[in-house]
Design a binder for this molecule. Structure first.
Ligand code: ATR
Length: 281
């Protein structure tokens, strides 16, 4: 699309940034809606993050997404942050306010839950949820499930201490588990979410027997490369409803796009196809 002198600007800061799918995603929407705007990849080293964020108002840039390794540091830099960002301990979306101050939010929890609801018939009162992993992605998932009112959230992690820290941070609905107890924890559950890096291209496989998992439980892998992980393959084969990881990536981008460019974007099958083609390329 041609840009005019009035083009709105936003982008994503990361280090490195070349792997980010966000520019492709926002460009698709900008083109689809004919918006005079650009979304740029900014390669920002950690030592320069504060200077880069503070430069946004001076440059007339409407805001930015943040990716690895900036999400935690941005929480300290922003002038205001929303509740989700504070709970998760990370900011992934910054919106420049009219007075030049920086408003930080975290849209990962929103992206996770919107995708889960769009792609399955899961409801918070269906039963316990099992979360595999206790890193940053797990924090966003647990925060979303707590906000939805899930009564029992079982968190299994290779390093038990991290599972306990996460459970402690999110209250009495959460129980930490040893990794070796994962299969037992599947019993009576209504949702299984993998937030570990296991199953990702280049990482070890996630080798968990699903025999103890109710056939009605929704299985959601937030890994999206490959799109159909071994976990999802095995789950689908035994008849569980499955949700892949691409949707969370697409849905988490919606609030930033709406704030910077003034239009609520839609997650469509056309968008999914476009991003998938980019992932394979
Ligand atoms: P992110 O912020 O993207 O969630 P992370 O903080 O590095 O990433 O977390 C990765 C998760 O995958 C962690 O839960 C990690 O377990 P540990 O806390 O024990 O490190 C999990 N993970 C990574 N490799 C694993 C492996 N080989 N077996 C089991 N869990 C693994």
């Amino acid at each position: 699309m041609m840009l005019t002198g009035q083009a709105k600007l936003a982008g994503v800061m990361g280090w490195p940034i070349s792997h980010s799918r966000s520019p492709m995603l926002h460009a698709y929407w900008l083109n689809e809606y004919g918006i005079d705007a650009a979304y740029l990849p900014f390669s920002v080293d950690p030592a320069s993050l504060e200077v880069a964020l503070r430069a946004l108002p001076a440059l007339g840039i409407a805001g930015t997404n943040l990716t690895v390794p900036h999400k935690e540091a941005a929480l300290e830099i922003c002038d205001h942050v929303d509740e989700a960002a504070r709970h998760i301990g990370a900011v992934n979306t910054v919106v420049v306010q009219s007075d030049g101050s920086l408003f930080g939010s975290n849209t990962d929890a929103f992206g996770f839950i919107e995708n889960l609801k769009a792609e399955s018939s899961w409801q918070a009162n269906n039963g316990p949820a099992v979360i595999l992993g206790a890193g940053g992605a797990a924090r966003a998932v647990v925060s979303a499930l707590v906000a939805e009112g899930v009564a029992e959230i079982r968190i299994a992690n290779r390093t038990f201490e991290r599972a306990r820290a996460l459970a402690d941070a999110f209250g009495s609905a959460c129980q930490p588990l040893n990794w070796s107890d994962t299969s037992e924890s599947f019993r009576q559950s209504a949702l299984l979410v993998n937030t570990t890096t296991l199953g990702m291209t280049g990482q070890p496989r996630l080798n968990l027997p699903l025999d103890t998992l109710p056939i009605t439980a929704v299985v959601n892998d937030i890994v999206y490369a490959p799109l159909e992980t071994d976990l999802l393959k095995v789950a689908a084969m035994r008849g569980n409803p499955v949700v892949d990881g691409l949707g969370m990536l697409l849905h988490q981008a919606r609030p930033g796009f709406a704030a910077w460019f003034g239009r609520e974007p839609d997650v469509t099958s056309g968008l999914r196809k476009h991003i998938l083609a980019g992932l394979i390329a």
